[in-house]
Design a protein around this ligand. Structure first.
Ligand code: ADP
Ligand code: MG
Length: 324
C-alpha cells in the first residue's frame, strides 16, 4: 500500500470509543443500562468530581460468570444478540457489545462481580484497555464497576469536558431519565458523598416523580393512555399552568428507552399549541411501546435516537391521545 495505513487495534478502539464515550454521563448511561439488563432491582451510583475522577456503580443483578469476566472488555462481545436480525427483536438496552470495550480503553476500570450460579466472585482491573489484574474475590451478589480517571490516556479529549458541575448535571440527568422509566428499580445517586436522588423502587411512577421533581409537579400530573394492536401510549403531562421556557421538560421513551425525537417533539409542540402560552413548553412524560420490528434502535451511537417504520401513524396516535 502506498498512502494507506491499517490502523492498529488499540488506535481503532480508541477512535471508536469516541462515538460511545463522550463524557462521564455517557459512561454512566452505559453501565447503568448494563445493570438494568442484568435485571437489578437496586442500582447504587457514586460520583466524584462530576464523574471525571470516579464513577462507581453497584447493582444486585445476575452478575457476570467467572468464565466471561475477562472477555466483557473485548470488542463486539455481548450476551444480548447473536445475529443482525436480533436487532429487530431487541428487549435489552445494550446489544452492540462495545460499551465496556470503549470505556476501558480510555479509563481505569475495576470490575467485581459474582454470577448468581457461582459461589465466589471475581475481580478484574483494566487500564487503557489492558488487563492488569484478575483474581477471585469474595463478593455477595451482583456487579460493581468503578471507572476512574476518564480520558487519562487521551488528554485531547479530556480538554473537551466541561466543568465538574456541568458534567455532574449531565450525569444526574442520565439517572433521572432512567429512574423515571424504571420505577421498579431503586436508584440511589450520591455525588461527592451527598445523596442527590433516591427512588424507592416500588414500581410507582409517582414515587420516582416525587423524589426527582417534588410535590408540586406530582400534584399537577394529568395522565393519558391509548392502546391498539400496533402501539401502546401512556404518560403524564403537567398541568400547563406550570410550563418551561425550553423543551427540556420533554421526556420521551420508546420501548423503555429514553430518546430524543424530532417527530415526537413536533407532535407535542402541536398538541399543546393552543393550550399553553406562546414561547412556553409543557412538561411531559411520554411512554411509547411499539413492536420491536416497527422501530430501529440502531441508528445512533449512544442509542439516543430511534427510527420508526411508520412515522405518521405514531404521530397521529400520540397527537390524538394527548389532545383528547
Ligand atoms: P452490551 O451491553 O451491548 O452487551 P457491554 O460492553 O455494555 O455490551 O457489556 C458486555 C457484556 O458484559 C454484556 O453483554 C453482559 O453480558 C456483561 N455485563 C456488563 N455489565 C454487566 C452487569 N452489570 N451485570 C451483568 N452482566 C454485565
Ligand atoms: Mg451495555
Amino acid at each position: 500500500m502506498k498512502e494507506l495505513n491499517i490502523l492498529p487495534d488499540e488506535v481503532a478502539v480508541k477512535l471508536a470509543a469516541g462515538e460511545v464515550v463522550e463524557r462521564p454521563a455517557s459512561c454512566l448511561k452505559e453501565v447503568v443500562e448494563n445493570s438494568i439488563d442484568a435485571k437489578a432491582s437496586l442500582v447504587d451510583i457514586k460520583l466524584l468530581s462530576g464523574g471525571i475522577k470516579k464513577i462507581d456503580v453497584y447493582d444486585n443483578g445476575k452478575g457476570i460468570h467467572s468464565e466471561d469476566i475477562e472477555y466483557v472488555f473485548n470488542k463486539h462481545t455481548t450476551s444480548k444478540i447473536k445475529s443482525v436480525d436480533d436487532i429487530f427483536s431487541i428487549k435489552t438496552m445494550g446489544f452492540r457489545g462495545e460499551a465496556l470495550c470503549a470505556i476501558s480503553s480510555v479509563s481505569k476500570v475495576t470490575l467485581i462481580s459474582k454470577h448468581h450460579t457461582e459461589k465466589l466472585g471475581n475481580m478484574i482491573k483494566v487500564e487503557g484497555g489492558k488487563v492488569i489484574l484478575k483474581s477471585e474475590y469474595p463478593f455477595e451478589k451482583g456487579t460493581k464497576i468503578i471507572i476512574e480517571d476518564l480520558f487519562f490516556n487521551t488528554p485531547a479529549r479530556l480538554k473537551f469536558l466541561k466543568s465538574n458541575s456541568t458534567e455532574q448535571r449531565y450525569c444526574t440527568e442520565v439517572v433521572e431519565r432512567l429512574a423515571l422509566c424504571y420505577p421498579e428499580i431503586s436508584f440511589r445517586l450520591e455525588i461527592d458523598n451527598k445523596v442527590q436522588i433516591f427512588t424507592p423502587g416500588d414500581n410507582k411512577f409517582e414515587s420516582s416523580i416525587l423524589s426527582i421533581f417534588g410535590k408540586e409537579i406530582l400534584n399537577n400530573l394529568i395522565d393519558f393512555s391509548y392502546d391498539d394492536n400496533n402501539i401502546k401510549i401512556n404518560g403524564f403531562f403537567v398541568n400547563p399552568t406550570i410550563s418551561k421556557s425550553t423543551r427540556n421538560g420533554y421526556y420521551f421513551y420508546v420501548n423503555k428507552r429514553y430518546v430524543r425525537s424530532k417527530i415526537l417533539t413536533s407532535c407535542v409542540d402541536e398538541a399543546f399549541k393552543n393550550h399553553i402560552m406562546s414561547n412556553r413548553h409543557p412538561i411531559i412524560f411520554l411512554f411509547v411501546q411499539v413492536k420491536p420490528e416497527d422501530v430501529d434502535v440502531n441508528v445512533h451511537p449512544a442509542k439516543l435516537e430511534v427510527r420508526f417504520k411508520d412515522e405518521s401513524y405514531i404521530y397521529n396516535s400520540i397527537y390524538k391521545t394527548i389532545t383528547k
